[in-house]
Design a protein around this ligand. Structure first.
Ligand SMILES: Nc1ncnc2c1ncn2[C@@H]1O[C@H](COP(=O)(O)OP(=O)(O)OP(=O)(O)O)[C@@H](O)[C@H]1O
Ligand SMILES: [Mg+2]
Length: 303
């Protein structure tokens, strides 16, 4: 941590309005804390973008656990069983091998077709510090970090004084993101737009919720991210996995019937996608068929 000196958040002033021609916008979902909702969020954002007519590619870097991959397989199986035409992403999973050069080659082999044929690439990462995850972070145009509404999860971003709730110092994941930002800066890539979203928010106005909110806003200025309101705690998120569905699909009349709570939850997902401030689709997409690559994707260094 000795040389950790994060700059002011470039994402606060940054506009994502411009899309690099012929190159997808890369959204990485990352947090070294396990179980924060990365795969659930990745799937919901993928389907939200698909239902807006975008071409979406998805990459699972947590292939051993394979939640994202299973979610998409479950979706394909459900569509087949029910004879539905559900929008599907172009999906790839990259296995860890323990060999950095091999992992870099296989990650880039998965990324290359994704960035040249899709409008958005969504990368789900494992809840731990791995080489593949670090590699993906250097490619992120937008980095979304879901955070369970708990000081246990916040501990990976910063150490907090228990008496005053003041930030003592940034911690491991904040430092990792800072390092990936430096790699991108060296490569001349545009700064990553880092967004932290709270997940599994309680509907109660509990003290923990209020304290977390205050600390996260202070931390945003200190280590350079912006915040999105995030998703409430709802059982429906756990129920949809087996059929590969998301809240965005319920309006199609597939799967469980909608309740008022589901309508509110779906709006939260929509609000989250809006808060990401992703670049608009290029005019030719999506009905013009597969994109013709017009530019070789710029490559940040591996590490
Ligand atoms: N908003 C929510 N409300 C209720 N349950 C949720 C919510 N978000 C996620 N979950 C549940 O929390 C658990 C962890 O979610 P998920 O697998 O998406 O996290 P993850 O960060 O990808 O985990 P890992 O680090 O292990 O890959 C799952 O059981 C999921 O159904
Ligand atoms: Mg996961």
């Amino acid at each position: 941590m000795s040389d950790f000196r994060p700059a002011a958040n470039p994402s606060i002033v940054q506009t994502q309005a411009a899309r690099t021609p012929g190159r997808a916008h890369v959204l990485v979902i990352g947090n070294e804390k396990g179980g924060s909702g990365k795969s659930t969020t990745a799937m919901h954002i993928a389907v939200a973008l698909l239902s807006d007519g975008a071409r979406v590619a998805t990459i699972d870097l947590d292939a051993r656990q394979g939640t994202f991959t299973r979610y998409i397989e479950n979706r394909a199986a459900y569509a087949r069983r029910k004879g539905l035409d559900l929008p599907m992403p172009l999906h790839a999973a990259v296995q860890a091998s323990g060999d950095s050069a091999d992992e870099k080659a296989r990650f880039e082999a998965a990324l290359e077709p994704a960035v040249t044929t899709a409008d958005f690439v969504i990368v789900d990462t494992p809840g731990s510090d791995t080489h593949l995850s670090r590699l993906a972070h250097t490619w992120a145009d937008t980095l979304l970090t879901p955070l369970n509404d708990s000081f246990i999860d916040l501990d990976l971003l910063a150490r907090i004084d228990p008496e005053t709730l003041k930030i003592v110092r940034p911690s491991v994941y904040a430092e990792a993101v800072w390092k990936q930002r430096q790699v991108r800066a060296v490569q001349g890539a545009r700064p990553v737009d880092w967004i932290v979203m709270r997940n599994r928010l309680s509907s109660l106005a509990a003290r923990n919720k209020r304290d977390m909110g205050a600390v996260i806003e202070a931390l945003a200025k200190r280590i350079g991210f912006r915040t999105a309101r995030g998703l409430s705690e709802r059982v429906i998120y756990r129920e949809l996995f087996l059929n590969g569905l998301t809240l965005l699909d319920l309006k199609r009349g597939s799967g469980p019937s909608m309740t008022m709570s589901h309508v509110a939850a779906r709006q939260e997902v929509r609000d989250l996608v809006t808060a990401l401030n992703l670049p608009p689709l290029s005019p030719a997409a999506p009905s013009a068929g597969p994109a013709t690559p017009t530019a070789t994707p710029s490559r940040p260094a591996a590490e």
